[in-house]
Design a protein around this ligand. Structure first.
Ligand SMILES: Cc1cc2nc3c(=O)[nH]c(=O)nc-3n(C[C@H](O)[C@H](O)[C@H](O)COP(=O)(O)OP(=O)(O)OC[C@H]3O[C@@H](n4cnc5c(N)ncnc54)[C@H](O)[C@@H]3O)c2cc1C
Length: 262
């Protein structure tokens, strides 16, 4: 059984800044980590590998050359190998161009049964990429998954839905996007780190993926960031004095009612 886990490299901080001119996230000079929900996806893949025969786990990332660190970390945590999608042609990709490139890499790997990824990334946070990859591969997707049980020829997943859970049986190949309730991610081991150091990781560009550069990067991205701005916080303090006939609470209720706030 072949499992692909998507690992996105994200800034290791909540304080993500945007370029106000281009509308693109400023990523340089930041400490980077594997997107936390992708660590959950990876931990699930490794748990499946440890409890079933003949399971191979491949980590796939799209990003600059520095995203190799995310792949190596994934191998150190237990993945068997990885693939990095990288090159100038991919710069400025929106979720559509990203999903097309990742889908092409998965197709190139061939014979993939299960794709696991985070439900959303902490930087872009659209939560669209997993479902879009499934669309481009023409396979089913299960989102918001908090448990995966591998059965003969497919999986049974537990999905978090409004007001409860849903159990769905889906045949392979399938894309599964996971939430944080699925498991506690593990840590890299010393043996894993040594394996990661030695393991060669191929880098795919548009040519290796058979993609036309016009479909990729900014050129292939129909999403336009029209304006980026930080919301301005404005607070006014209004002092209300009771006039002797009413108390402060009544006075405040009158004030809020006047503003149609209650
Ligand atoms: C006009 C425009 C220009 C942009 N330019 C750039 C740019 O120059 N550089 C840049 O880095 N970003 C750029 N972005 C952001 C980029 O489109 C998103 O980071 C990317 O499409 C993923 O979307 P997301 O972060 O919302 O992921 P989500 O959809 O929230 O992520 C869900 C899951 O998908 C998987 N995933 C998502 N992205 C990747 C990835 N790259 N590799 C592996 N797995 C992944 C992960 O498992 C993740 O948990 C741009 C966006 C727009 C709209």
């Amino acid at each position: 059984m072949n499992i692909v886990v998507l690992v996105k490299q994200v800034p290791g901080t909540d304080n993500v800044k945007m370029d106000p001119v281009t509308g693109v996230m400023i990523r340089s000079g930041k400490d980077t980590i594997i997107n936390p929900l992708d660590e959950n996806a990876l931990a699930e893949a490794i748990a499946i590998k440890n409890s079933h025969e003949n399971v191979k786990v491949t980590a796939v990332s799209m990003g600059p050359e520095s995203a190799m660190k995310a792949i190596k970390e994934a191998i150190a945590m237990g993945a068997d190998g990885g693939v990095l999608i990288s090159g100038r042609a991919f710069a400025g990709s929106d979720t559509i161009a990203t999903a097309k490139a990742i889908a092409a890499a998965i197709r190139k790997l061939g014979d993939v049964d299960l794709i696991l990824c985070g439900e959303r990334a902490t930087d872009g946070e659209t939560g669209q990429t997993g479902a879009m990859i499934a669309y481009y591969l023409g396979i089913p997707v299960a989102t918001y998954v908090s448990a995966v049980e591998v059965k003969e020829g497919g999986v049974i997943v537990k999905r978090t839905v409004e007001g409860g859970f849903e159990r769905v049986e889906i045949p392979f190949p399938v894309m599964v996007t996971v939430n944080k309730d699925i498991n506690e991610p593990g840590f890299p081991t010393l043996k894993g780190k040594l394996k990661a150091k030695e393991r060669a990781v191929p880098v795919y560009g548009p040519a290796e993926l058979g993609l036309d550069p016009a479909e990729l990067g900014l050129k292939g991205s129909p999403t336009r960031v029209v304006k980026v701005f930080s919301p301005k916080l404005s607070r006014d303090t209004i002092m209300k004095k009771a006039d002797g006939t009413t108390g402060p609470v009544e006075e405040m209720m009158k004030f809020l009612a006047g503003k149609e706030a209650i």
